[in-house]
Design a protein around this ligand. Structure first.
Ligand code: C2O
Ligand code: CU
Ligand code: CU
Length: 465
């Protein structure tokens, strides 16, 4: 007891504002474990719902000789991948087997506010409910996670998160690799901090400016490697960290092709040599391994060059299909009239640690901050106001919508941001204009996706009517 208290005091004293200089580097993967692929969530038979998602406690062996207490959906850590087809409606039973309240939020899915699983939609321990999810939007890589007021960061940190795919049904769509776990691989990147007992003791480890750790996990696997069996691989990358921004590269300097952003396919594929994702952002990329030497070490690295996911090439043939994957949309990404719409909502992100605010206020569940009409596009201008320390990146997320980035400080967004988005990285001092349309009604959150900032009240509510 005493020890714990002392520890707590120490950690608090050490708690620092997360600017670029005090971010602990990630440990490189030793490549000793084959990457875990989350299972696909199976459809229920003969039941009044299609899927069941249970938040539960468990244990996970990250380190030899010790078990870590973790949270998971339908298992010990993370959750199964839920696949919906474009246009499909399913009933999902959500059940809380934790010893604390939780919610089930479908990040990026354009569902009515009643199904969105925001902080007001609490499921008490032992309780369940059935939500109706309609995937009425283009194919995309989305995700799900808890959203209880003031404990989202802790529950995600302990392991609650899963992938949610909206799958293509259009026969005319580009022929992308799509065999789950074979040439179409989910990659959930997270960093974690463990205490000396190898536990994820959040209350002692947390930093109110965003909890950042030195241990890299991919799909919950420590020291992962992936055996690649196809020449052309599709990776669906999620930054599932509480607070860390990642810049991904390939260790051999090769380029890759980004095909999708948060909400679906880009306007056209974009060749990249690195990609930065802030917490909750996703990117789908294709890597063409056909020209790479199997004896040269190839890995996805971070910006420091630490290998986060080494690859073992064991390609069993298959044709090189990269050439056939291209599309160009004849329409322009944004219409002239969309670009020239006046700003109608101004959002100012400010502060750090527990002093974070939006438009000078902290989240109040009793307060509606903004109202917007269903189906009517509005321009939100989001400003990340710097402070005396220079400020920090805030990833800004809106529920219930896939928006388009109109401009960053007046400039056109980069080609790999010309696609649907639900989260956007905003640099200190930057003003980003978003074209926001809500297809459904309800009360939705908008917030910083540094989970500790969200818990500290960097969140507001928009009522869509
Ligand atoms: Cu990832 Cu409010 O959500
Ligand atoms: Cu969300
Ligand atoms: Cu923030």
């Amino acid at each position: 007891e005493e020890n714990m208290d002392m520890n707590h005091g120490d950690m608090e004293g050490m708690e620092e504002h997360m600017d670029h200089d005090n971010i602990p580097p990630l440990q490189a993967s030793k490549g000793t474990q084959e990457l875990v692929i989350p299972p696909l969530l199976e459809k229920q038979k003969d039941s009044d719902f299609d899927y069941e998602v249970v938040a539960q406690e468990g244990t996970t062996q990250f380190f030899d000789g010790s078990l870590t207490n973790t949270y998971g959906y339908n298992g010990n850590l993370l959750g199964p991948t839920l696949q919906l087809k474009e246009g499909e409606t399913v009933k999902v039973k959500v059940r809380n087997e934790l010893n604390e309240p939780t919610t089930f939020h479908w990040h990026g899915l354009e569902v009515p506010g009643t199904e969105d699983g925001g902080p007001s939609d609490v499921i008490q321990p032992g309780e369940s409910k059935i939500v109706t999810l309609k995937a009425d939007q283009p194919a995309a890589t989305l995700w799900y996670h808890p959203h209880p007021h003031k404990s989202t960061a802790e529950q995600v940190f302990k392991g609650l998160a899963g992938m949610l795919y909206v799958e293509e049904t259009d026969e005319e769509a580009p022929a992308l690799p799509h065999t789950y776990g074979v040439d179409d691989i989910p990659l959930i990147f997270q960093d974690r901090l463990f205490d000396e007992n190898k536990q994820l003791d959040y209350k002692n480890l947390m930093n109110s400016d965003g909890t950042i750790g030195d241990v890299s996990l991919v799909n919950g696997t420590i020291n992962p490697k992936l055996t690649v069996t196809k020449p052309l691989m599709r990776f669906r990358i999620l930054n599932g960290a509480n607070a860390r921004n990642y810049t991904f590269r390939l260790s051999n300097g090769a380029t890759f092709t980004q095909i999708a952003s948060d909400g679906g396919l880009l306007h056209e594929p974009v060749e990249m040599d690195e990609i930065t994702l802030s917490p909750s952002e996703r990117a789908e990329i294709l890597i063409d391994f056909s020209a790479m030497e199997s004896d040269e070490p190839i890995a996805i690295t971070d910006e420091e060059g630490n290998a986060l996911l080494p690859f073992d090439l064991d390609i069993d043939g298959g044709t090189e299909e990269m050439e056939s994957i291209s599309w160009t949309d004849d329409t322009t990404f944004l219409k002239e009239e969309e670009k020239s719409l006046p700003v109608s909502k101004e959002i100012e992100l400010f502060g750090m640690m527990d002093k974070v605010t939006i438009n000078g206020k902290k989240f109040d569940p009793e307060r509606i901050d903004l109202r917007q009409k269903k189906g009517v596009s509005e321009v939100w201008e989001v400003y990340n106001k710097p402070d005396e320390m220079g400020g920090m990146i805030h990833p800004f997320h809106i529920h219930g919508t896939q928006f388009k980035i109109i401009s960053r400080d007046g400039r056109e967004p980069a080609p790999n941001e010309q696609g649907l988005k639900d989260s956007v990285l905003i640099e200190p001092g930057e003003r980003v204009r978003l074209l926001v349309t809500f297809p459904e009604e309800g009360i939705y959150m908008y917030h910083c996706h540094i989970l500790e900032h969200e818990d500290n009240g960097m969140m507001g509510q928009v009522e869509v009517y």
